[in-house]
Design a protein around this ligand. Sequence first.
Ligand SMILES: [Zn+2]
Length: 205
Amino acid sequence: MPVGKSITAIPVAGPYLAWTVDDGIDGTVVGAYADMAQATGNRVTFFLNGSRKAWTDQAEHLRPLVASGQIQLGNHTWSHPDLRSLTTSQIQDELNRNEDFIQNTYGVSAKPFFRPPFGYINAQVRQAAAAIGYTAPTLWYGSLGDSAVLTPDEIADLGTQWFNAGRVVIAHANHPPVLDAMPRLLATIDQRGLRTVTLRDVFTS
Ligand SMILES: [Zn+2]
């Protein structure tokens, strides 16, 4: 794994799709992703903010899936700041506080994968993160657009646009319309013969 270089794609050939899901403003969406994973076998990476209640409320629900590796937890900082506006120690505090939460709540480490909020990153952020073991900043290539409130059809159409082999796609557990888009998103994966993977499935350190 290249240290400090942003991940935007899957490094191995094959029908692999990394479905990454950020934030966690809406606990019902977090829970629905867990149910979907359980029901379908799909593999998902959450980039979570531990400051969001969902990750405590849904912990029992998620823990077995995290333990099996079907759901990977990545670090999206504790409180979702623009890391470029912080000092090195503030950047590290944001990541460490979230890492501690993930370890205490789920018994796993998120290292080395982190996603800078808004995708905002610079050399100082890379260095501050790498110094505490976060050597794999993870961005994306393709988005379901659902950090805003879109309609289910708009979200499903973005899935049709972006769910393809080799992609790291970003989604959000923030607003309920993605739940109504889910059947079409899953159908796109099936029709294209895609296999969802976590980042740990395809990156070796
Ligand atoms: Zn975010």
